[in-house]
Ligand binder design. Structure first.
Ligand code: MSP
Length: 510
């Protein structure tokens, strides 16, 4: 039971923004989810530090490339620390270990006759770090993504015989019963990849003569490895290739990324693995682009939202929750500070926050901050359990995190509605015994909600668990519970357990 999940490794010419943190937080939530399901999880992220783009950025800043890489790679690490990202390894492509592994892979391909030399002419877009032919460009001869004119380059390079794998790849992508089937998601993007593959695969250049900020080819030190080949191999280096037990984690279970780099992951990368007789990824899932107020997010336009800004405004766990629930995983989506704040106030301040503070206040006022001495009534927690039982696990496993969050909100709403119906503020005056049963049942439901919140908001879930007087380590209890989705007969907390003081976990933000 292993689970190997990756994010792209991010270019260090840019500062971390919500686009990067989106993929990374999604990966983190899945990693946490699989850990709770008793998988041995390997979660890899890191930074992509070679190539023209980085060399140029360093030149513009007047620093040595490696210095820029150090500074910027640290910024990504800091951002992930801030967001409580539980990666297993953070890889940098300038690590010595990575040099060794790239050399090894390229040498294997060369020895197998899969690499040859050829003169090539093409339009190189530095933003994309790739060659285009005229038909790939817009009517002004510009790259569709960067809107800049790629430079015509002509050089003698080494090529990888990707074309050799065309049929095999198509078979593995289209045949659902293939034992090494590669699942590409979402469906529309998979169809695009299949359509493109059917048009024929061209061999790709895998080296550069004029770029010295890269890894020299082991069999011709006058050229460096093309940055995309260098970058893709991180998924092997990151788990210890060529040494150690790297095979334990292969195949990759899920590669996550945005749509712009799906081709590299679903075609070039599997071809490298096929050429080196290594296992192919099981699932490659791409998501859309975030735009901010309708505009592409970019440092040069000055319209990026950084993880730091998000955390300063909403707190760590709320920043995580908002990042992954604002748009569905797959299509593009537009966000704004207004939509973030609206979601924060609706889901967290008004729904979850309100449930917690009103329940704790009742316990504080009437039962001296302890779980009242009464017989537990599990009917409410069971109703909440039914919401989750139906499709929470399905949503998590299928990376429909916004839907899993909807399950959470439905559960919270259900308890809030029950409170409205019970009107415990009236019971406090008329029927203390009934009030005790009610308050205890709300607390049980809150415990169950905390368990489902754990992957999204690890600190807050832990805190809620403690405030609601639940017993035992939430991680261990969640692991047990997610085995069967059955609620223990005695619920999650016991009478007389001490509760935390009512506090405002999610102050309203205007
Ligand atoms: N270095 C390559 C990836 C190599 S992986 C072997 C690269 N880096 S990148 O810095 O440009 O980051 C790309 C990834 O960042 C995207 O695939 C996506 O995961 C994330 N995003 C960056 N901007 C984004 C948006 N505006 N919206 C959503 N995600 C975006 O490509």
């Amino acid at each position: 039971m292993k689970f190997y999940i990756t994010t792209p490794i991010y270019y260090v010419n840019d500062i971390p923004h919500i686009g990067h943190s989106y993929t990374t937080v999604v990966a983190d939530i899945l990693a946490r989810w699989k850990r709770l399901n008793n998988y041995d999880v390997f979660f890899l992220t890191g930074t992509d530090e070679h190539g023209t783009k980085i060399a140029q950025a360093a030149k513009e800043k007047g620093v040595a490339p490696y210095e820029l890489c150090n500074q910027m790679s640290s910024k990504f690490k800091e951002a992930w620390q801030l967001l409580n990202i539980s990666y297993t390894n953070f890889i940098r492509t300038t690590d010595n270990k990575h040099f060794e592994s790239v050399e090894k892979i390229v040498q294997i391909l060369f020895d197998k006759g899969l690499i040859f030399k050829k003169k090539y002419e093409g339009f190189y877009c530095v933003g994309c770090e790739r060659f285009y032919v005229s038909k790939d460009l817009d009517e002004n001869g510009c790259c569709f993504l960067h809107k800049t004119k790629p430079v015509l380059q002509s050089e003698e390079n080494y090529f990888f015989r990707v074309s050799q794998f065309e049929g095999d790849l198509l078979e593995r992508i289209t045949n659902l019963n293939h034992k090494e089937h590669i699942q590409i998601l979402p469906e529309e993007r998979r169809n695009e990849i299949i359509g493109k593959l059917k048009l024929g695969l061209e061999d790709i250049s895998i080296s550069r003569t004029a770029i010295d900020w890269g890894i020299p080819l082991p069999f011709d030190k006058s050229q460096t490895v093309y940055v995309w080949i260098d970058a893709l191999i991180n998924y092997l280096t990151g788990i210890g290739f060529p040494k150690g037990e790297f095979k334990k984690y292969l195949p990759v279970d899920v590669h996550l990324m945005a749509k712009d780099i799906l081709w590299f992951h679903s075609v070039i990368w599997p071809a490298i693995l096929m050429g080196t007789d290594l296992d192919l990824p099981k699932k490659i899932y791409s998501h859309g682009f975030f735009t901010l107020n309708g505009n592409k997010m970019s440092k040069s336009l000055g319209n990026v939202i950084s993880p730091e800004e998000l955390v300063n405004k909403y707190g760590v766990d709320s920043a995580r929750y908002l990042t992954v629930t604002l748009i569905p995983f797959g299509p593009d989506g537009d966000i704004s500070w207004e939509s973030l704040t609206l979601k924060y106030n609706t889901d967290l301040a008004n729904n979850l926050g309100n449930l917690l503070s009103r329940t704790l206040k009742m316990a504080e006022k009437n039962f001296n901050n302890t779980i009242p001495q009464t017989i537990p009534d599990l009917s409410l927690v069971k109703q909440v359990g039914n919401i989750f039982k139906e499709n929470f696990a399905y949503n998590m496993d299928n990376i429909a995190l916004h839907k899993a969050a909807e399950n959470l909100q439905s559960a919270i709403t259900l308890v809030n509605q029950q409170i409205e119906r019970d009107a415990p503020w009236k019971l406090a005056k008329t029927d203390k015994e009934k009030l005790a049963v009610s308050v205890y049942s709300y607390l049980q439901a809150i415990d169950l909600i905390a368990i489902h919140l754990l992957c999204f908001m690890p600190e807050i879930a832990q805190k809620i668990w403690f405030l609601a007087g639940a017993s035992g380590d939430i991680q261990e209890i969640a692991k047990k519970y997610f085995n069967s989705f059955n609620i223990p007969d005695e619920g999650f907390s016991i009478v007389n357990a001490k509760l935390g003081n009512s506090e405002i976990l999610f102050p309203r933000i205007s």
